[in-house]
Design a binder for this molecule. Structure first.
Ligand code: FA5
Length: 331
């Protein structure tokens, strides 16, 4: 009996010194496996008289139960500490800041884009969107460019290898959104459509192959060229403030008649061409299912990137694309 107690005491001591679940598994084999002292003692039972066998049997069973309990308890302890260690090792503190990072801010073009939307929404316009990959129809056909019209070359189009040859392209201006809006909404229409445009232009101080425009379209009854001129004047005053003036120059676009180009004069006296505008051509109304006898409208399209140049006093468009943080953080 005292031997049985000693076996239990040894088992407890070994189990407590096991530091991991693997070590505990080795201890389990040693203290309760086939070659353990308890198993050896059980073998002697067969040769004993019934009385002694019963006593020893009881003692051995009690010892076995005690050892099982010790092993089970130790296993739980070790499993809990293994889990805690694993959690600690995998812990990711997303709030931990090791160094003070400088705050970022929106890019000059994004700021300009958002301010333009604000100005026009303030004037009662809604914001519309169209796809950057466009069909030949919306970019040219619906806008009164007949096939083979020389104005199509003017736009140095990037065609996409999809569908019929020359049927799909990267939009060269935001004007296709005009056609999409007129096709899907009934007048009166007051929308602006900002977005990215693509042309095979060589990058220089005022051109990039990827740039941004904001299109404006108004369709209502009794709309005249005077409303267009007044809108551009109101926009220039609202966006640029005092010290800036604008002028309209007669021009040509197939989708407007009459058409004009408009320039902004910078405080240093120089002029920069900002966009085109004009009264919506009756052929465009017809292509989009609007009755030109009943409705009139005007449209305009400006370069957002060039607006940013004027607004922030930057002299070269390419600066906006180099992503030099020392340049960008000034604005
Ligand atoms: C057009 O794209 C016409 N869709 C504008 C329009 C709309 C006229 C509605 C009438 C009615 P234009 O090709 O001139 O027109 O371009 C308009 C403006 O986009 C330019 O004045 C310029 O500010 C900007 N722009 C054009 N090409 C580039 C370029 N490569 N890089 C930066 N800005 C450009």
């Amino acid at each position: 009996m005292s031997e049985a107690e000693q076996v239990v005491a040894e088992a407890r001591q070994k189990a407590m010194s096991a530091a991991t679940l693997d070590e505990l598994s080795t201890v389990r084999t040693a203290v309760s496996g086939k070659r353990s002292p308890l198993a050896q003692a059980r073998k002697a039972l067969g040769t004993m008289d019934p009385e002694a066998r019963r006593n020893l049997g009881k003692a051995l069973n009690a010892a076995q139960a005690a050892i099982d309990e010790i092993l089970g308890a130790r296993e739980q302890e070790l499993a809990a500490s293994a889990r805690a260690q694993k959690l600690a090792a995998e812990r990711l503190d997303l709030t931990e800041v090791t160094e003070q990072l400088p705050d970022g801010h929106l890019h000059v073009i994004t700021q300009t884009w958002q301010e333009l939307e604000d100005v026009f929404v303030g004037m009662g316009y809604r914001v519309a969107e169209g796809p950057e990959i466009e069909s030949e129809w919306y970019n040219f056909g619906a806008l009164n460019f007949p096939a083979g019209h020389p104005a199509r070359d003017m736009y140095d189009t990037l065609y996409v290898n999809y569908g019929e040859p020359a049927s799909t392209l990267l939009r060269t201006h935001t004007s296709p959104v005009q056609a999409r809006v007129m096709e899907s909404q009934a007048p009166p229409i007051y929308v602006v459509a900002p977005g990215r445009c693509f042309r095979q232009d060589t990058a220089d101080a005022t051109h990039m192959p990827v740039f941004h425009q904001i299109e404006g379209l108004v369709v209502d009854s009794d709309i005249s060229l005077g409303d267009l001129a007044g809108t551009i004047e109101a926009f220039t005053a609202a966006y640029f403030g005092p010290g800036f003036t604008s002028r309209l120059r007669p021009s040509y676009f197939p989708f407007t008649e009459p058409s004009a180009e408009f320039d902004i004069q910078r405080p240093d006296g120089t002029w920069l061409e900002l966009g085109g505008c004009g009264m919506v051509h009756p052929n465009v109304f017809e292509a989009c299912g609007i009755d030109p006898e009943r409705w009139q409208g005007f449209a305009f399209g400006f370069g957002i990137d060039r607006l940013a140049l004027i607004r922030f006093g930057i002299d070269d468009l390419r600066e906006l694309w180099t992503n030099d943080i020392r340049f960008l953080e000034q604005f």
